[in-house]
Design a protein around this ligand. Structure first.
Ligand SMILES: N[C@@H](CCC(=O)N[C@@H](CS)C(=O)NCC(=O)O)C(=O)O
Length: 228
């Protein structure tokens, strides 16, 4: 039995999309990061980094969303190019580009633009710039291609989709005008029944909505430490 520890943020949602696409049976355990549940001892034993998502599959525990996508793709033999195929190299490059570029820069852009405790002009400019630069590379990649690797829909598309849901929050309401190829691809992925089932997970559990003092304390411990 597969169990997914999740919340509704970009990284867990990529994995929800895979599970729905593959039609795997899975149970969900909500972990409310705004209430600090990611720091509970039992959860930290699954992921010492204290972040979502985590997947438990029998006696295997996997954390970090892109590692989970790779694990599931290998387990099912689906949504990845065959070993030795020319596309396999591209697959790894783009997946790592999402893991090390799109995710971290988008996350930091959101943090400094929406949640940082005081005006942080330099940080806002740097991460806004870098987030848009990374998203523009994805946009160029999708020009003339149906999916990130061409005709085949793979785990790379799922990894991008998790974060693409957040593009207006990351880059501003007019961002789609600058990223027309991503918008066309995003609309097509959203139209997939699995993407609609993935979005429907929102109705399953309710998570704390307020980014109040308690949520900041749990999610941004560095800010609390700096205040002393
Ligand atoms: N590299 C990790 C990042 C995980 C991550 O940052 N998860 C966020 C949700 S998208 C989280 O758990 N945040 C709670 C916190 O930072 O306390 C992955 O891809 O899974």
């Amino acid at each position: 039995m597969i169990t997914l520890y999740y919340n509704l943020a970009p990284n867990p949602m990529k994995v929800v999309l895979f599970l729905e696409e593959a039609g795997l049976d899975y149970a969900t355990v909500p972990v409310d990061s705004r209430k600090g549940e990611q720091h509970a001892e039992a959860f930290m034993a699954l992921n010492p980094n204290g972040k979502l998502p985590v997947l438990v599959d029998g006696d295997a525990t996997v954390f970090d969303s892109n590692a989970i996508l790779l694990y599931l793709a290998e387990k099912t033999g689906r949504f990845l190019p065959p070993a030795g195929d020319r596309a396999r190299g591209e697959f790894f490059s783009w997946l790592m580009f999402v893991a090390s570029g799109i995710g971290p820069y988008s996350g930091q852009a959101v943090h400094f633009k929406h949640f940082a405790p005081k005006p942080q002009d330099y940080a806002v400019e740097r991460y806004d710039f870098e987030a848009l630069r990374h998203w523009s590379i994805i946009d160029a990649r999708l020009a003339g291609r149906t999916h990130m690797l061409g005709d085949d829909y793979t785990v790379v598309d799922m990894a991008v989709w998790g974060w693409a849901r957040m593009v207006p929050f990351v880059l501003g309401e007019t961002a789609w005008e600058k990223l027309p190829n991503i918008k066309r691809w995003f609309d097509a992925v959203n139209a997939r029944p699995a993407a609609q089932r993935a979005e429907a997970i929102k109705a399953k559990h309710s998570f704390k909505a307020e980014m109040d003092e308690e949520a900041r304390r749990h999610m941004f411990p560095a800010t609390v430490a700096a205040k002393g």
